[in-house]
Design a protein around this ligand. Structure first.
Ligand code: COI
Length: 356
């Protein structure tokens, strides 16, 4: 139900692609469900929202986003619930973060309630696209971009907001080899590190490519001033288990406020796991490796949920971590999270938006 008084027009596709799609064998981010939610911003307000068949956009070559990157996005997931129906995981948290990203990028705040209703309708309409199986879900991609036909450097006056969805399976099939980055930076104080904006990801491609050429899956980003503190891992937040304490960097403006990160912290604390959210020095992690107290290291994000690290490289050396089966904290927390999302357990934090 739309709650803002604006009516959602729904134009259904007359040619669903579902029957010709093999939902068991899909690559992340390459297969798109039948419909998308679209809404435009002009003259200081959001226009009427609609759901239309997923399809191409026609844009002027002068469209502002293509030149200066004024664009933000989100990623969240919907799951088939084992109790029946569908659970969309923490959509309100994603939309609230999107509003914060919008402010940083000089974009208009999104009407969160209206978008939430549209998102619910979209997932409901394409619910048959949610694959079955333990690793499967529907990845939901809301994004907004500047649409002025203008190549002067200033915030756009007009924007388009879209949500589309993709059926997905597991993101990583194996534990990841990572390298602690000590030259390139993802973010710096006063920058856009906490915003989910396209530029953060574009700027990370080159250093990630160099690391991949050396056989690593991902980089572990360190702070942009001294490369002394750990910040993120690839496109994810990062956690370490040192002794019996779970440690993750505090966000503080340079780190994305991950919703998976936040959920893991809440679950860990609820489980009675000592959990510290604070600055984490590279040196502390290296000392923990040397002292045998680094028992687990993992990335946490929407796409992968938890990505176990198999080794961490630093300054020419590479340090092996225990096998992923031995990551007792990571595996327990991943299971607890999954049980909530897939309706196998209670939802103590009220995270699921349930569609019957
Ligand atoms: C996530 O894991 O949430 C991400 O942001 C990854 C996405 C860029 C594919």
């Amino acid at each position: 139900m739309l709650t803002t008084g604006q009516k959602l027009a729904i134009q259904r596709t007359d040619r669903s692609r579902l029957s010709e799609t093999d939902l068991e064998n899909i690559k992340f981010g390459r297969v798109f469900s039948d419909h998308m939610f679209v809404m435009d911003y002009a003259n200081g307000e959001w226009g009427a929202p609609g759901i239309v068949p997923f399809g191409d956009l026609e844009l002027s070559p002068a469209t502002l986003v293509l030149h200066y990157g004024q664009t933000i996005f989100e990623g969240l997931k919907a799951y088939r619930s084992e109790k029946g129906g569908v659970n969309i995981f923490r959509p309100q948290a994603n939309l609230a973060r999107m509003t914060r990203s919008a402010e940083r990028m000089c974009m208009p705040p999104i009407p969160e309630e209206l978008v939430l209703d549209g998102l619910r309708e979209l997932v409901d309409l394409d619910r048959d696209w949610i694959p079955k199986g333990g690793e499967a879900s529907l990845y939901i991609r809301p994004f907004m971009f500047a649409t002025d036909e203008y190549i002067g450097v200033r915030p756009s006056d007009t924007y388009r907001f879209i949500i589309f969805t993709c059926p997905v399976q597991a993101y990583y099939k194996e534990a990841v080899r990572v390298k602690i980055e000590t030259y390139y930076s993802r973010a710096f104080p006063g920058g856009t590190g906490a915003a989910k904006c396209g530029g953060n990801y574009a700027a990370a491609l080159y250093p990630a490519k160099l690391a991949q050429q050396d056989g690593f899956h991902q980089l572990v980003w360190t702070d942009g001033l001294e490369h002394r503190y750990i910040e993120e891992s690839g496109t994810m937040n990062v956690f370490f288990r040192i002794g019996d304490t779970l440690v993750t960097p505090e966000t503080g403006g340079t780190i994305l406020e991950g919703i998976t990160r936040d959920s893991i912290i809440d679950l860990a604390r609820r489980e009675g796991i000592a959990t510290e959210v604070r600055k984490v020095e590279v040196r502390e992690v290296l000392d923990a490796i040397a002292g045998g107290t680094l028992k687990e290291a993992f990335g946490a994000g929407t796409a992968a949920t938890i990505a176990h690290m198999s080794s961490i490289a630093y300054d020419g050396g590479e340090y092996q971590l225990p096998a992923p089966e031995q990551f007792a904290f990571a595996n327990r927390l991943a299971q607890l999270l999954d049980d909530i999302r897939r309706g196998r357990s209670e939802d103590p934090f009220g995270w699921n938006l349930h569609l019957p």
